[in-house]
Design a protein around this ligand. Structure first.
Ligand code: ZN
Length: 242
C-alpha cells in the first residue's frame, strides 16, 4: 500500500457519505463526525506482513489461544522506539517478533498501533472474521500490554518515544478517532472513570476509561507528552462518540 491509500484517514471528514462498506458492527448514524470501526484504511496483519507462524509452537499449537471478554477500558502506550521511523511496518513486525517470540506472549501485545502518519495497524490476532481485535459477539481479544489488567482492556500503542517529543497531529487525530469509535462501540464514556474488574483474577482497579499505561502500573509509558495529551484525546473523543 502506498501513502495515498491512507489519505482519507488523514483528512478531516467532509460531508460525504461514509462508509462505503457497511460493517455489521457500526450503527447507522446520521452524523458523520464519528469515525467508523474498523477504521478506514486499517493496515491488517496480512498487509503489514505478520508471519502467522510465530503464533504457534513447534508442535503446531497456538502459543496463546485467543480469549475474549467485554471491553471495559482503553489503554494508551508508546512503543519506545525511534521517532525518525522511515519504515513503521518493519517496526511493527519487530515488535511482533519481540512480543510473540522473545517474550513468549504468543503474539503482539497491543490491539492497535498508530504511526506518525496516522496509519493504524491491526495488532493482536482475533480470529478469521474481518473485525479486528474482536470476536463475532463484539468481545475484545485479551492482549498483553498492561500486566494484571489485560482482559477487557484495549491496548493502543503509539509508535515512537513520547517522553520528550509529542505525538504528531496525524497520530493524535488517529488516536482520537480510533478511541472514539471504540468508545462508541463499547458504550464507554471517554470522560469517565472505570471500576475495572479483571474477569479472570477479579483484581480491581479504578482508573480512567481512557488511560495511559502509567495509570495502571508504575511505568513511564506512554511517555510524558503522550500522557499529557490524553485529556484532549478524551474530550475530543467524547464529542466524536456523542
Ligand atoms: Zn505501555
Amino acid at each position: 500500500m502506498d501513502a495515498g491509500d491512507f489519505k482519507d484517514t488523514n483528512e478531516r471528514v467532509t460531508p460525504k457519505k461514509v462508509p462505503q462498506k457497511k460493517r455489521s458492527s457500526s450503527k447507522p448514524s446520521e452524523r458523520v463526525s464519528a469515525a467508523p470501526f474498523p477504521p478506514v484504511g486499517l493496515i491488517t496483519r496480512a498487509e503489514w506482513g505478520a508471519d502467522e507462524s510465530k503464533r504457534f509452537t513447534i508442535s503446531g499449537d497456538e502459543s496463546s489461544p485467543p480469549q475474549f471478554f467485554s471491553a471495559q477500558a482503553i489503554t494508551v502506550h508508546h512503543t519506545d522506539t525511534s521517532n525518525e521511523d522511515i519504515n513503521p511496518a518493519a517496526t511493527v513486525r519487530a515488535i511482533y517478533e519481540y512480543h510473540a517470540v522473545s517474550n513468549d506472549w504468543g503474539d503482539i501485545g497491543y490491539h492497535f498501533l498508530i504511526d506518525s502518519q496516522g496509519n493504524i495497524y491491526e495488532g493482536r490476532y482475533s480470529g478469521t472474521d474481518s473485525v479486528p481485535a474482536h470476536d463475532t459477539q463484539g468481545r475484545i481479544v485479551t492482549g498483553f500490554h498492561t500486566i494484571g489488567f489485560n482482559p477487557g482492556n484495549i491496548g493502543i500503542a503509539l509508535v515512537g518515544d513520547f517522553s520528550r517529543e509529542s505525538p504528531s497531529p496525524k497520530m493524535q487525530r488517529s488516536l482520537t478517532e480510533l478511541t472514539a469509535s471504540l468508545a462508541k462501540k463499547h458504550s464507554i464514556d471517554p470522560l469517565s472513570s472505570v471500576d475495572y474488574r479483571n474477569p479472570v483474577t477479579h483484581r480491581v482497579k479504578r482508573t480512567y476509561a481512557i488511560a495511559g499505561h502509567r495509570d495502571w502500573i508504575s511505568t513511564d509509558c506512554p511517555g510524558l507528552n503522550a500522557y499529557l495529551d490524553l485529556s484532549q484525546v478524551r474530550e475530543k473523543a467524547a464529542r466524536l462518540a456523542a
